[in-house]
Design a protein around this ligand. Structure first.
Ligand SMILES: [Zn+2]
Length: 387
């Protein structure tokens, strides 16, 4: 990784002496992709193939269709035939989104699970698509500013954050630059302003835009970070939020517009569920609990969601947790009778409560619905001990 970044830096330093950073956006009448951009785009495609092969992509056709429809609403007509925007989802619980210069935009399930409505999503997608239309990766590569600082922060952050190291090794140089190091303050601010202009033109409520940063700040606090690793860490989040507010006031944008909370929640519900599942897996119980409770407000009769919530309580095992675990696991077994893992968890809870009969019964149900289970022998041994 470090060697790769060093090579990229060297290439950037060599380029910066002669090449102009003053490139017109793709929507300008005279736009023609430069040979250098064509090369970058081919490199992007290679990186994206690796990303797809890494199984980090969260493939959900309905969710993708929704995200792409919102993106098309936000992207102005004159840009639509210049860039082939496509929104893709990465299964990762941390808040992030990034755009490759070849117009493939990646959004983490984690940020979808944090945002509250379509207006906030429109803000996020507007920002990322503006990086593409305004050719930010090329402009950044042609400028040497922030490179030394960027490299130092890479080194400090990559090793220490779970899942980030994994992600950045799946991404190549270009993806790491777009997703983790971010762009210079000028380019990030330009993307914020352009994206905001688009989302307002598409009829969304601009008052929702600054709230995007509240989600990122909340994650920082929960994860005890100084500044987020993602979503372009320069300028700082509070400054960017203030910039949105100032821009809204200066431009005299309408104090209203489309928000689409219910539509958004229904569409991104699978990402909310996925994020909670990953948070549980990583032992982040409070986040997992909050996430799955939000999911249950959208889909209260989901057996697998009650199962997941029951698992949060069973695994955390604080004060009243076991009672709550039993409640949600039993509810899960009624809503989704054939979900084997639910019975396994019920069996473990009853076993810890010394309710031998109920534990035996639950373990038998587990093996009935999962006769090929990997832990079959263990469970049979439990049943024998309980007899
Ligand atoms: Zn950005």
């Amino acid at each position: 990784m470090t060697v790769k970044i060093a090579k990229l830096l060297l290439a950037t330093v060599l380029l910066a002496g002669c090449a102009s950073t003053n490139l017109q956006p793709v929507t300008s009448g005279t736009y023609q992709p430069l040979p250098e951009e064509k090369r970058i785009n081919r490199a992007c495609e290679a990186e994206q193939r690796r990303l797809t092969d890494s199984e980090m992509i969260y493939a959900n056709p309905k969710l993708s269709a929704y995200l792409n429809a919102v993106a098309m609403k936000v992207l102005p007509g004159e840009a639509r035939n210049k860039v082939a925007i496509e929104i893709r989802v990465i299964n990762n619980p941390y808040c992030n989104a990034f755009a490759y210069p070849n117009a493939k935009v990646y959004v983490h399930t984690g940020i979808l699970a944090r945002m509250e409505n379509e207006a906030q999503l429109a803000t996020l997608l507007g920002h990322e698509m503006a990086h593409v239309t305004h050719r930010h990766l090329l402009r950044e590569r042609r400028s040497i500013r922030n490179k030394a600082a960027g490299l130092a922060s890479f080194k400090a952050t990559l090793g220490s954050v779970p899942l980030v190291g994994e992600l950045s090794s799946a991404l190549g140089e270009l993806g790491t630059m777009a997703s983790i190091s971010g762009y210079s303050k000028e380019l990030e601010t330009e993307a914020d302003n352009v994206g905001l202009e688009w989302m307002v033109a598409a009829g969304y409520d601009p008052r929702e835009s600054p709230k995007l940063f509240e989600h990122l700040m909340a994650e920082m606090e929960e994860e005890d970070q100084d500044e987020p690793f993602f979503f372009g860490s320069h300028p700082k989040l509070a400054d960017r939020q203030a910039n949105y507010q100032r821009f809204i006031a200066e431009r005299g944008y309408p104090q209203g517009g489309t928000v689409n909370r219910a539509i958004y929640e229904k569409a991104v519900a699978p990402a909310i569920y996925e994020t909670a599942r990953l948070d549980l897996k990583a032992g982040r119980y409070a986040k997992a609990e909050k996430g799955i409770q939000r999911y249950l407000q959208i889909d209260p009769r989901s057996g697998r969601a009650h199962y997941l919530l029951g698992e949060v309580y069973r695994q955390r095992n604080h004060r009243d947790d076991i009672q709550n675990a039993i409640k949600h696991l039993l509810r899960a077994s009624k809503l989704d009778r054939q979900h084997a893992a639910t019975y396994r968890s019920i069996g473990i809870v009853y076993m810890s409560q010394k309710d031998k009969k109920a534990a035996r019964q639950a373990f038998r149900s587990y093996l009935k619905f999962a006769p090929q289970a990997m832990d079959r022998e263990f469970i049979l041994e439990y049943i024998r001990q309980l007899e």
